[in-house]
Design a protein around this ligand. Structure first.
Ligand code: C2O
Ligand code: CU
Length: 462
């Protein structure tokens, strides 16, 4: 995959009438393996400085490329870029002051490489671990620690994974946007305080980031079509994206392309979820479009703070008119569900020991004091996710994707998900076909909830 480097250099030096350089894009990890079907990278987690507020460098924790001399940690961490079918080898080193792991969110990896405390020994400060897996699915995924997650991810340890393959629509730019919010003090430093509201809703950041920047902007061609792959890496914030005057065409989700794309005027992205959209940038050269975050009612009577500008898109020149769209998109076979077959219920609840000490349970159990769910590879079950609380929870399953059967608020669509929002006081049913053997976690992706009990284990045997 060395040719990608060449391409990156070519893009960086292009003139006025060519594809704009994806200036906001995360840098890609350098592939040190000459075999075109293997992507081998060196990854380090450690201290870094980053401007969460422009001009105010702050100390954060971040990933960097260990194969690049003098590389520095970035937020988000470097993009892992590969093709479906590639073998990925990650030589990871922990330079943090505490133990960590890396979880490859959404990838179907062997259990020993899933990066949780039930699938591997924690990597101590100064320790190393070699992760290795083959990429089964194309799409946008992401990686982050799975130890002390609410703290480690908040400090900056998260990064995107783009796996190419399948239908590739013709676009003027294929961009990755990693969304986050951080709680920042006036000095620009990350706040270490966690108040009752942060526990209840997930850390409430006062600064919103697109690819690590609170002042994100990029240039694009007027009239062109772009592909935006978006992941919500925030601990607890729900994003609701809107590009006024534009429709976003959703072509893919967590686990890859959909068989049938659909249009939306605004796009809710719960923590952990990914969306793959096409957008045709209407306007004249010289115009500026603004991607903004608008209110989403996630429960607990959270007031509407008004729209927030996330990203400025400056149209610099007239682009080429978009090519016709492909006739076929993703191929997804529906999991066949026997209506009389097994259904398993998961009841989500919140509780509190005191005003300040909220905790969260699944089926009245508070992790780690849980009874694992047992299953066999290949079996199908319907999981009924029953949210009895007054706020939404995004439910995530490791190791395998699922299909949403019904969701009382939206039209269910065929496609692969690994994270689904369960709206407050609602039930969502999903079909799960159990995949690889091993001990897999499932949990709410509001990391403060996961770390305070809303987590369970699924044991799949052959
Ligand atoms: Cu992205 Cu278990 O998490
Ligand atoms: Cu939750």
């Amino acid at each position: 995959m060395r040719n990608l480097l060449v391409l990156a250099v070519a893009l960086a030096s292009c003139g006025d009438n060519e594809i704009p350089r994806p200036e906001l894009d995360p840098v890609a990890l350098v592939d040190i393996n000459p075999d075109p079907a293997t992507v081998e990278v060196e990854l380090i987690a450690g201290h870094a400085m980053h401007e969460l507020l422009p001009g105010k460098p702050a100390e954060v924790w971040a990933f960097r490329d260990g194969s690049v001399p003098n590389s520095v940690g970035t937020i988000p961490g470097p993009l892992l870029e590969a093709n479906v079918g590639d073998r990925v080898i990650v030589h990871f080193r922990n330079e943090l002051p505490e133990a960590t792991t890396i979880h490859w969110h959404g990838l179907r990896v062997p259990n020993a490489h899933d990066g949780t405390h039930v699938s591997q020994t924690l990597i101590p400060p100064g320790g190393e671990f070699r992760y290795e897996f083959v990429l089964i699915d194309a799409g946008l995924f992401w990686y982050h620690p799975h130890v002390n997650g609410d703290v480690q991810v908040e400090r900056g340890l998260y990064a995107p994974i783009r796996v190419r393959g399948g239908v590739e629509p013709e676009v003027a730019a294929d961009r990755v946007f990693v969304l986050d919010d951080v709680k920042v003090e006036a000095s620009g430093a990350l706040s270490n305080t966690v108040d009752a509201l942060d526990v209840m809703l997930g850390r409430q950041g006062n600064v919103l980031l697109v690819n690590g920047r609170s002042d994100a902007r990029l240039t694009a061609a007027a009239g062109s079509r772009e592909r935006w792959r978006i992941v919500n890496a925030a601990n607890g914030r729900y994003f609701n994206l809107e590009l006024p005057g534009h429709t976003l065409r959703v072509i893919g989700w967590d686990g890859g392309l959909l068989p049938e794309p659909y249009p939306v005027d605004s796009l809710v992205i719960a923590p952990g979820e990914r969306y793959d959209v096409l957008v045709e940038l209407e306007g004249e050269p010289g115009n500026e479009l603004v991607l903004r975050n608008v209110y989403y009612d996630r429960g607990h009577n959270i007031p509407d703070p008004g729209p927030h500008e996330l990203l400025a898109v400056e149209l610099t020149y007239a682009g080429r008119a978009p090519a016709p769209l492909p006739d076929h998109w993703g191929e997804v076979a529906a999991i066949s569900v026997d209506q009389a077959g097994p259904t398993r219920a998961f009841v989500l609840r919140e509780d509190a020991e005191s005003e300040a000490e909220a905790f969260f349970t699944i089926n009245a159990e508070r992790y780690p004091h849980v009874t694992p769910v047992s299953a066999r590879t290949g079996q199908v079950e319907v999981w009924k996710l029953d949210n009895e609380t007054e706020m939404d929870h995004p439910f995530h399953l490791h190791g395998m994707s699922f299909q949403v059967l019904d969701d009382s608020l939206t039209v269910p669509r065929l496609g692969w998900k690994d994270t689904v929002n369960v709206p407050r006081e609602q039930t969502v049913r999903i079909a799960v076909q159990f995949g690889a053997e091993g001990r897999w976690m499932y949990h709410c992706h509001i990391l403060e909830h996961a770390e305070r009990g809303m987590m369970g284990e699924l044991v799949v045997s052959p």
